[in-house]
Design a protein around this ligand. Structure first.
Ligand code: GLS
Length: 804
């Protein structure tokens, strides 16, 4: 489908493509490799976007607007070629030109590499937000780290996850512009004398930028990613001369390691010096760039908070609070009060977790060594802050301890979330329930002190990425019903689809789309796993990072229950299902990796047995990423959102799946609550404990073994886990019986019964399709465009600046 066709005739596109092939790749049509053609194609598309970017930049320069600067250690951008083709309206021209040259566009798309610069939901959210900012014409720049190696590539060997490096720019990245002349020095270590920091080590931050076009608008914003470079003098020529080659490059390696690799943990804290270095590196480079940009059109500091708002995506970039203070005090000579007012008027902080273990803290001793001046500044911020607390709660030492930016026991550590709340004008959670629980639990003392500082901004997803690009069939069908495709910029218009749920011809078409998408998925699953999925079976999907709280284990336990039922001949009420898993586990997260092995072992059991595979087949699709999501989500019928209530901050696959017409089976957790409110309780399979009940059960002294003893089917399931693969995964069963941190056993029966209801509902395919259509029709709220408008209204106060 073409949108906003930019009017470039196909032959002109072809001429430009051939010119880029010659001028940029230095080759000819006859001798060009597929990589040459791909790169030339990307450059030809990029050129068009640059033309637009130049106009956006001119408009911004002229109007000197307020900017949003989004700081995030992670971005999961997804493939750039399909998006940029669509957003530039060049899809048809590109296809025609390639066909004329006898080239296959699909083959070239395969060469487009996904920059996997993030772990999961948090990183993908950052990408969706940048997409929405440009689409809403809001002046913005995203700042991040250009990791040499993105999130690892996942394969399985004997059912166990194997991680391989993701050298995503091995053949170059045609979408980015490097700016080696714009390097920024970043200091580490050293000493402070009279408030003046002399670092021991200087690393250079080198930026490159990529274009972030808006959809259906002329606006093109930027994402600037920084990589670490050693200074020119770092190569030790004399050592090299002595044949000590390793030592000769030591300093270079040490510096450049900072942006070498994305830390592959998700939702857990990882205390490593190099990670803190990455964080400081990112915020130093970003702030220098932000100040440089501010100075293009402004002088002095008076207008800073009016022109600049900085959103901190989780705690990873929170050192920016101390760094901006340092710049203002030490480099700009402002006094403390003035500097603090500016800092407090600049930052806003988004918290993305409820898990206490995910709230970053850094040992004071480490911060003192690595960033001595920042540590002093943090102490001073804390000193002033605790005076404020003392005034609010005189004599309440418990409060002081609870609120302090410094944790005292068992080790002195800097609490980054506290620094964020103290240093920000606004704090938000990412779903209604999450924001409420943040106020009531994780950040309660802060919410009591400064209730007005706390907000909710429910997450959203890009309808372009996850409908238009991922699901062209459904997008086409919806557009034909709504009369145009403007709904992709105004997702509330999906509600116009509601009457179509009662139109049987439309339902048939909807079902056909799902079936065709399942066929595509089955083809892919067969190619990568060898498992033959039945395109008519229900596609039952769980795609997300592997984490115990998300309870992939509960999903596997249902399959084991089905195995037993089928073997006993209790097949009445069963429907054929394709159980699909996708997701990575942090390499050091053994408990999650064990669950993965279990999932693969159970998959082997069902897929290898004719009697079982008549009802259940199971495919664990390796290396789940944005491209994988684009393939799986359109095919999904059932969306598994089964985390223990009170643990998942929001979830975003839940939104993508509902938008694509999957029905959710889920707990009252994260954004599931809002999805259910919107799509209607009748169109959502709810089960399990709610957040309050979960806490109460634990407080009452949860004994998983008593649940095991009380339910024979559960017993059978756990015994199966203990003995599968000759008892290799017995630890999983033992852990369930002795600990079961995430109350899997307590929710088991409710989940199984709910899955029985799902099967029953699937039998009436027409009623199911009706529910599916209503899920999509009522999910317009979950557009990232709405998320960005909410941030704009509540936190950023950034007017849109459409191109003149
Ligand atoms: C996360 C949460 O775990 C998700 O629930 C949430 O949807 C996402 C975006 O807000 O952020 N936090 C995190 O550390 N990783 C995530 O995916």
């Amino acid at each position: 489908m073409t949108v906003a066709n930019d009017g470039v005739p196909a032959d002109e596109f072809e001429t430009d493509l051939l010119r880029n092939l010659a001028h940029q790749r230095g080759t000819t049509r006859q001798s060009a490799s597929a990589q040459d053609i791909y790169q030339a194609l990307a450059l030809t598309v990029r050129d068009r976007l640059v033309d637009r970017y130049v106009k956006t930049a001119a408009t911004y320069y002229e109007t000197n607007p307020r900017f949003v600067y989004y700081l995030s250690a992670e971005y999961m951008l997804g493939k750039q070629l399909p998006q940029n083709l669509l957003y530039s309206g060049l899809q048809n021209q590109a296809r025609d030109a390639l066909e004329k040259l006898g080239l296959d566009p699909a083959e070239l798309e395969d060469l487009d590499v996904e920059p996997g610069l993030g772990n999961g939901g948090l990183g993908r959210l950052a990408a969706c937000i940048l997409d929405a900012l440009a689409t809403e014409d809001i002046p913005a720049v995203g700042y991040g780290i250009r990791y040499d190696l993105g999130i690892f590539k996942q394969t399985f060997e004997d059912g166990a996850q194997v991680e391989r490096p993701d050298d995503w720019t091995f053949y170059g990245n045609p979408w980015e512009f490097a700016a080696p002349d714009d390097q920024q020095p970043v200091g580490f270590y050293g000493k402070v004398e009279d408030g003046k920091w002399t670092p021991d080590e200087i690393v250079l931050g080198e930026p490159s930028h990529m274009l972030v076009p808006g959809y259906g608008t002329q606006t093109v914003n930027l994402i600037r990613l920084w990589r670490a470079r050693a200074s020119r003098a770092s190569f030790d020529l004399s050592r090299f001369g002595e044949g000590r080659y390793g030592e000769a490059v030591d300093a270079i390696v040490r510096s450049e390691n900072i942006s070498k690799v994305l830390y592959p943990d998700d939702s857990t804290e990882l205390g490593r010096e190099l990670r803190l270095k990455q964080q400081h590196f990112l915020v130093t480079c970003a702030l220098r760039d932000i100040v440089r940009r501010y100075r293009l059109r402004n002088t002095g500091w008076d207008a800073f908070t009016e022109k600049v708002t900085i959103q901190l995506n989780d705690t990873h970039p929170v050192m920016a609070v101390a760094e901006l203070m340092r710049v203002l005090l030490d480099e700009e000579g402002l006094d403390w009060d003035r500097a603090w007012l500016i800092v407090r008027g600049t930052f806003a902080y988004t918290c993305h977790t409820l898990l206490p273990e995910a709230l970053e803290t850094w040992p004071v001793a480490l911060v003192e060594r690595l960033l001595p001046r920042h540590m002093e500044i943090i102490y001073l911020i804390n000193f002033h802050f605790l005076q404020e607390v003392e005034q609010a709660y005189p004599g309440d030492t418990g409060r002081l301890r609870e609120l302090s930016i410094i944790q005292e026991e068992p080790e002195r550590r800097v609490r980054m979330a506290h620094l964020a709340v103290v240093g920000a004008k606004a704090v938000n959670g990412v779903a209604e329930l999450h924001s409420k629980l943040l106020r009531e639990t994780t950040l309660r003392p802060f919410a009591e002190l400064w209730p007005e500082r706390f907000h909710n901004v429910t997450n959203g997803v890009s309808p372009r990425r996850f409908m238009l690009i991922a699901n062209p069939r459904l997008t086409g069908l919806i557009s034909s019903r709504l009369g145009d495709h403007d709904w992709l910029r105004d997702l509330d218009r999906l509600s116009e689809l509601e009457p179509a749920a009662d139109d049987s011809a439309f339902r048939d078409q909807w079902r056909e789309v799902k079936r065709a998408n399942r066929r595509d998925l089955a083809r892919y699953a067969r190619a990568v796993t060898g498992v033959a999925l039945d395109p008519d079976a229900m596609a039952d999907v769980m795609i997300k990072r592997f984490h115990e709280y998300k309870r992939q284990l509960l999903r596997v336990m249902h399959v084991i229950t089905l195995i037993h039922r089928i073997r006993r001949g209790e097949t009445a009420g069963l429907v054929p299902r394709s159980v699909i898993f996708g997701g990575k586990a942090a390499p050091g997260y053994y408990a999650a990796k064990r669950i993965m092995r279990l999932a693969n072992a159970v998959a082997d059991v069902v897929n290898g047995d004719q009697q079982l595979s008549a009802y259940v087949r199971m495919a664990f699709l390796p290396n789940y990423n944005v491209s994988g999501a684009e393939l799986i989500i359109p095919a999904a019928d059932l969306s598994e959102q089964i985390s223990l209530a009170g643990k998942e901050a929001s979830g975003t696959s839940n939104m993508k799946l509902a938008l694509n017409g999957a029905l959710t089976i889920g707990t009252l957790d994260g954004a599931n609550v809002e999805i259910r409110d919107r799509v209607g309780a009748d169109n959502f399979f709810l089960f399990g404990l709610d957040a309050g009940q979960a806490v109460a059960l634990k407080q009452a002294g949860y004994r998983p073994r008593s649940w095991y003893e009380a339910d024979w089917e559960l017993r059978e399931t756990i015994d199966f886990i203990a003995t599968i693969d000759g008892g290799a995964l017995r630890e999983v069963a033992d852990d369930l019986l002795n600990r079961d941190e995430y109350l899997t056993l307590a929710d088991y029966r409710a989940y199984i019964e709910c899955q029985d209801e799902v099967a029953h509902a699937w039998e009436d395919r027409d009623a199911w399709t009706r529910m599916s259509i209503l899920n999509a029709a009522r999910s317009g709220f979950f557009s990232a465009d709405r998320t960005v408008r909410d941030y704009g209204r509540e936190i950023w106060h950034t007017p849109a600046v459409p191109e003149a």
